[in-house]
Design a protein around this ligand. Sequence first.
Ligand code: ADE
Length: 419
Amino acid sequence: MQYDIKDKTLASKGRLRIEWADQQMPVLRQIRNRFAKEKPLAKIKMSCCLHVTTETANLVRTLKEGGADVVLCASNPLSTQDDVAASLVMDYDIPVFAIKGEDRDTYYKHLIAAIEHGPDITMDDGADLVSLLHQLYKESYLKKIIGSTEETTTGVIRLKSMEKEGTLRIPVIAVNESETKHLFDNRYGTGQSTIDGLLRATNILLCGKNFVVCGYGWCGKGVAMRAKGMGANVIVTEVDPIRAIEAVMDGFRVMKLEQAMPIADIVITVTGDLNVVDEHHLEKAKDGVIIANSGHFNDEINIEALEKLSVSKRQVRDYVVEYVLEDDRKIYLLSEGRLLNLSAAEGHPAAVMDMSFANQALAAEYVVKNQSKLENKVYVLPHQIDKEIAALKLKSMGIEIDKLTPEQEKYLSSWQFGT
Ligand code: ADE
């Protein structure tokens, strides 16, 4: 079922927003201009499973300019921006299978529609497309695929476990592993957009609140940093001792979630793991706590346990459900435990997605150019591509940096010190 709301008003709103985002995406725009001339993706069919946002629209436009026959489906049932979907279909002639708030069945029907496009390359955010391809289709569609690209940490973890098990049947480029992706998108993108989602959903004052961040990976670091900047008292919970010390030395309090729950006003999960906020944590929750997730999947908060502990629930604002426990304590769950930043807000700002999606576009080109050499493994893009993206981004910001002198280069490549 292709996106079929042929609503001109909606599409024209989407188009303006896509153009607005494009102004903040100079690196992707340069790639698009080159792709339009060189057509590196000519005759390539692509199925992309990404959050349907203005930034993604500019990526799929770029792939199309490169000659690809592209279709797009959503990588999360709540993250689709319907005006963007309408504009892609009506203004850019790119089929989209997605609608905000779609149920599980529709979500999977849309993934299947994207697979039935018969792609040579797939592009994933969370590995749902690749995993469904491997589970349902085996030979028929898999054998045609020359490669796939993956956007996010969770997807890369899933794909590496397929590689380790020996079940991965296609080459994958782990775009998340590029430095110009995770150092910026995961940290500054998730940092800002999570606070944005929290504020749009609740309009609470952050300063003075006890703000718990579960997980101190790149995303957790970003959320903690931005919450601190807004004046919250940030507490970090971790399972990794090295990350935990890092959080301590970055100036945060670190403790077990169980110890944090009785004082937490806000809890945000960004771990990529299951039941991080579990029943025994919920039992200890402070009255009025707001709990949300900015990790990829909606399984970081044990919602079943929350349902079980509650005597009633009601929707009190868009994206906010109030659960009342037996002793009358209230717990507020945001966005059904799904990605807060993409459901209640618009995801990462375009200026940061510029680098992430430059990596995606160049990864697709890389797959085409290197198809004869790629094995069924998880690859990272060459570091040179990463550096080129960073250099283009700096240039677009009007920032110049120094160069090593020949003397310095020689010094650094020599093992003999002194004169
Ligand atoms: N992931 C996080 N933010 C995003 C955005 N704005 N567009 C697409 N994918 C995203």
